[in-house]
Ligand binder design. Structure first.
Ligand code: FES
Length: 416
C-alpha cells in the first residue's frame, strides 16, 4: 500500500469504476483517488502502458478519466463535489487488466500504423481499424455540452498563474484593476506545497483587496490586440467563458516537472516531489516506502517529513529504472560498481523543471536553448518578453536567474 488517509472534515462520495471513493469536498478527484491508494487511473494511447497521476498540476495526462460521461477529464483539475461517476477510459477489460496492453509486448519498439500492413489487401483495413481502437483516447461525450454564458471583462493587468510569483505580483499591483487566472482547483501553486500558511494568507489578502481571482479557470488562448500592447484572453471556467481584455499581461505560469531520466518513469506511483509534498499537505498519509530522487526544495521538505527508515535517498543520475507492472514496486539504482534493487511503494522525483512557456510563445515571446537549462524564454531585465507581455517566477528563468513577481510588477507599473 502506498497511501491512506484518516477521517475527512467535509466528506463527499463519488464512484470510480463502480466502487465508492470518499473525498474531501473541493479537493481534486485525483487526490482522493491517490488517497484511496488507487494509483493506476489511465492507460496511455497506443501502447496502453499503465498511467497514474504524476504532476497533479494538469501537465502529465496520467490522471485522465471519463467523468460524468465526458472523456479526457484531468481529474487533478476537477474538484470533488460528490456524486461524480469516474470511469477508466481507453481500455478493453479493466484498468488493471487491459487486454490492449498486449500492444506493448507485440510492438516493443512502438507501432508504426502508417506502414503496418499498409497496402496488404484485406489486412490493411483491419489493421487501421485496430490502430484506431488502440490509439484513441476515449469515446465522445454522451451529449453535447451546453454553451456557456460569456462574460466580458476589462482589466489593467491579467496575471496568469496563481503560485508564488503570480500572487506576489497581484499584491504589488494594488489599486489597479487586476484579474488573476489559475487552472488549479485552489490558488497557491508551489507556494501552497512549500508554505501553505503563507499561500492562504496571501490569497485572503488579495480577496480583501478586490482582485478578481479566477481559480479553476483555464486560459485557453491569448491574442495580441492589434495596434496596442494589450491582450485578448479567452478564459474558460466550468460555468462561464470570459472574453477578457487586458492592457498588460504578466505570465507566472511556473515550470513543468521534468520527466525523470530513467526506465519506466511513467509507472503509476512515480510522482513529482512537488506533487507528493502537496498530497502530504492535504492530509494524505504515506504508508509504503519512498524513494526520494534528486535534489531541490520539494525533496528537502519531503526528507524532513518522511523519516529515514521509510525513505531511500537516491541521486538522480544513479537511478537505472523503476520496476512494477500496474504500479511501481521497486527501484534499481547504482551504488558504486553495484546495482541495488529496493522494494518501495512510491518514487518522488525532484529534478530541474522546465519553464511552462507555451502561452508566452503564443504571444510572440521567443524561446531559445540554453545548454544548462534547456529551452527558456528571451526577456529583458524587467521581465518583458514581447510587447505588453511580462514574465515572473519560474517561467522567467533565463541565464540561471528568475525574476520575482514583485519586481516584475514594479517594472510593469513604471512602463504602464
Ligand atoms: S495531468 Fe493530472 S496528474 Fe498530471
Amino acid at each position: 500500500m502506498a497511501f491512506a488517509r484518516g477521517n475527512l472534515t467535509h466528506p463527499v462520495a463519488f464512484e470510480h469504476d463502480g466502487e465508492t471513493v470518499l473525498a474531501e469536498r473541493g479537493e481534486p478527484l485525483a487526490v482522493a483517488l491517490l488517497a484511496a491508494d488507487r494509483l493506476l487511473l489511465a492507460r496511455s494511447p497506443k501502447l496502453h502502458r499503465p498511467r497514474g497521476p504524476s504532476c497533479l498540476r494538469g501537465a502529465c495526462d496520467g490522471c485522465l478519466a471519463r467523468v460524468d460521461g465526458v472523456p479526457n477529464v484531468m481529474t487533478c483539475l476537477r474538484p470533488a463535489r460528490g456524486g461524480e461517476q469516474v470511469e477508466t477510459q481507453n481500455v478493453l477489460g479493466s484498468r488493471g487488466a487491459d487486454l490492449l496492453r498486449a500492444a506493448d509486448f507485440l510492438f516493443p519498439h512502438g507501432v508504426d500504423h502508417h506502414r503496418l500492413m499498409a497496402g496488404v489487401r484485406g489486412l490493411g483495413a483491419v489493421t487501421q481499424a485496430f490502430a484506431r481502437r488502440v490509439a484513441g483516447l476515449g469515446r465522445l461525450p454522451e451529449e453535447a455540452a451546453a454553451a456557456l454564458p460569456v462574460e466580458h471583462l476589462e482589466v489593467d493587468v491579467l496575471i496568469v498563474g496563481g503560485g508564488r510569483a503570480g500572487l506576489g505580483a497581484a499584491r504589488q499591483l494594488e489599486g489597479r484593476r487586476v484579474a488573476l487566472v489559475d487552472d488549479g482547483v485552489r490558488l497557491g501553486g508551489s507556494l501552497a506545497a512549500l508554505q501553505p500558511a503563507r499561500a492562504a494568507e496571501t490569497v485572503d489578502a488579495l480577496r480583501r483587496l478586490g482582485v478578481r481571482l479566477l481559480e479553476h479557470h483555464t486560459v485557453a488562448g491569448l491574442y495580441p490586440l492589434e495596434g496596442t500592447s494589450g491582450v485578448l484572453a479567452l478564459v474558460v471556467g466550468e460555468e462561464r467563458t470570459l472574453e477578457l481584455r487586458a492592457r498588460r499581461v504578466l505570465l507566472a505560469t511556473g515550470a513543468h516537472d521534468a520527466p525523470p531520466p530513467f526506465g519506466n518513469n511513467d509507472l503509476p506511483g512515480v510522482l513529482s516531489a512537488r506533487a507528493l509534498l502537496g498530497l502530504l499537505r492535504a492530509g494524505v498519509r504515506l504508508e509504503g516506502k519512498l524513494a526520494l530522487v534528486g535534489e531541490g526544495p520539494y525533496a528537502e521538505q519531503l526528507a524532513a517529513l518522511v523519516p529515514e527508515p521509510q525513505r531511500w535517498r537516491v541521486a538522480l543520475d544513479a537511478v537505472v529504472e523503476a520496476r512494477g507492472l500496474g504500479r511501481v514496486r521497486a527501484l534499481v539504482a547504482r551504488e558504486g560498481e553495484r546495482r541495488v534493487r529496493r522494494r518501495l511503494a512510491v518514487v518522488a522525483v525532484d529534478a530541474p523543471p522546465s519553464p511552462a512557456l507555451e502561452l508566452a510563445v503564443q504571444l510572440g515571446a521567443r524561446a531559445s536553448f540554453e545548454p544548462a537549462h534547456g529551452y527558456t524564454l528571451e526577456r529583458d531585465a524587467r521581465g518583458l518578453a514581447a510587447p505588453g507581455v511580462y514574465l515572473a517566477g519560474s517561467v522567467s528563468l533565463r541565464g540561471g536567474a528568475k525574476l520575482s513577481g514583485e519586481e516584475v510588477a514594479r517594472a510593469l507599473l513604471m512602463d504602464a
